[in-house]
Structures are given as C-alpha cells and as structure tokens.
Design a protein around this ligand. Structure first.
Ligand SMILES: [Zn+2]
Length: 291
C-alpha cells in the first residue's frame, strides 16, 4: 500500500542506466522541504561527491537509513521568506572519475499562509534592554545548535506527532502588527492541557533543555544530519541534555511557560538550520522512512 503511495507522488528520472533519482515534487513552496533520493545499481561503482545544488547552496547526499547498499537521500528546505520564482535543481555526482550533472526545472511558489492582523500599542512589542540581551543570546545559542550536522541519522521509523490532539494554530500564519509584517508563526501548535505528556517525534539526542524568553521551557532534539525538532512552553522536563531518546518517549509535560496566553505545545522543525513547516516536513521525511 505504502509503496504505491510513494511511487504516485514521486517523480522518477533515469539518467545513467544505473542511476535512479526520485524527487518528492517538482514544485516547492516557501517553508516546505523537498526530498531527493539517489540510487545507484552499479556493479563496480565509485560514486563520489554526490550533492544537490539549489539556490546557491549545496546539500550532500547521505546514506539512506532504510536501505542497504548504494541508496542516498538529501533534504532541501526552502526559507519562509523565499519569493516565487523559476529555479533549477542540479544533482552532481562523480562516477569513476567522471563528473555528471543532472538539472531539473523547479518552481518555488509562495504558499497562501493565513494572515493575522494585530493592533497593539507599540509599548507592548518593545522589550527592555535586559530582555533584548537575553533574546539575542538565546537566538545565537539556538542557531549554533542548528548549524551542527551530526553524522548519524537516528530515526529508523516514520516520524510521529508529539501529541494526539487537534492542531490549534498552523505553521506560517503571517503576523501583521499595526499593518507591518513583523513575523510568522514558526511552528505548529497542538492543543494540550497543562501536564499532558509530550512525546519525541523520532529517535534522537537531546541537545537543549532550558527556559527561554519567548519559548519558555524548551527542549531541542537532534535527529542527525541537520534535522532538529523543538518542543516549547513546557511545564516539566522529563529528559536531560545529552540523553538519547526514542520515538514516542515522553520527554516533557505540556504547559504555558514563555510568552503565551494559554497552555499548548508548539512544535518546531529545522532542516539545515532553516525553519520549516513541521507537518509538511513529517510527511516528506516519512517518504524516506517507510519501508
Ligand atoms: Zn506556536
């Protein structure tokens, strides 16, 4: 069943007779993630320097965690603020010393994220010097984490949601303060009462457990190869920094810490340091992780 599903949504391209490429899509919206699979059935292959070039960046192919042999994958995130344009995705690889390029037309389009207009007194969106310092420090600390790429990819099974509850606020809602686009909702909110158990979306290593200004009590899990999940506004931590966690393991209890109006769970996902739509990411990465 699942295999048929994957085939129907992937686009296949054959290059060399022994190389097969699969793209999860040929169009991609801002804040969405693209999956590229690379399979080589060479008898005596020496495949080197495999990467995807897209929008001026290079993304290496990693070993497919679900398949033995010469199967690889790359995850390509698109930034939320990316503008609609025609683009090109180039796959580069070297076989027995010979360099190959395969280019595919890609279109980046702007998804119609919801708008939220907020009229607030300017004093309410201003922070004290001390708070500003803390916000900056926390941002730098988080970006340092997101830029690290662990060699291993820990998940061996499809990602799950952290809670079996309703999504109360979708990713990407534009926040327009006094007619100016100030920010966007950078994660997915799940309905949760205070004290409700929050589960890890996949196997990984806990890399941050701390209270932060906006996110309140926060946990970040490193899933490997540039993939991170974040769980915010928690009331209680159930894991420690450095601990390895399993998919579905209770890592915390939900709460209302940080700058929020009520209890809920905010789930965030990062790929190669880019903030992406968690629900879209989970659907995309699961195309890799289903057998
Ligand atoms: Zn949120």
């Amino acid at each position: 069943m699942l295999k048929i599903f994957i085939i129907s949504i992937f686009t296949f391209f054959t290059l060399r007779a022994d190389i097969e490429l699969e793209l999860s899509d040929t169009n991609i919206a801002n804040a969405q993630t693209l999956l590229v699979k690379f399979k080589a059935d060479l008898l005596d292959p020496v495949i080197e320097k495999k990467y995807v070039a897209f929008e001026g960046k290079r993304y290496p192919f990693y070993k497919n965690p679900m398949q033995k042999g010469r199967s690889f994958y790359a995850l390509i995130p698109v930034d939320y603020y990316a503008k609609a344009k025609k683009s090109e995705l180039v796959i580069v690889y070297v076989v027995n010393g010979e360099k190959y390029y395969s280019a595919f037309k890609m279109e980046i389009y702007e998804k119609e994220y919801k708008k939220e207009r907020l009229k607030v007194a300017s004093s309410r969106v201003k922070f004290s010097k001390k708070d500003k310092k803390r916000i900056k420090k926390e941002r730098i600390e988080a970006m340092k984490i997101y830029r690290k790429k662990s060699k291993r990819f820990y998940p061996k099974a499809p990602f799950i949601y952290p809670l079996d509850s309703k999504i109360t606020s979708a990713f990407g809602t534009k926040r327009i303060f006094n007619d100016t686009l100030k920010s966007y909702h950078s994660g997915t909110d799940f309905r949760a009462k205070k004290g409700e158990p929050v589960k890890a979306v996949a196997d990984g290593k806990v890399v941050l457990v701390k209270n932060r200004f906006f996110a309140g009590n926060s946990i970040i899990i490193d899933h490997g190869q540039g993939v991170y999940s974040g769980y915010y506004h928690l009331s209680k931590f159930k894991v420690k920094k450095g601990e390895f966690v399993k998919r579905g393991q209770v890592i915390a209890l939900a709460g209302a810490t940080g700058r929020v109006t009520g209890p809920h769970l905010h789930l965030s996902m990062r790929v190669n340091a880019v903030q992406v739509d968690p629900i879209d990411f989970i659907k995309t990465v699961n195309l890799l992780l289903y057998r």
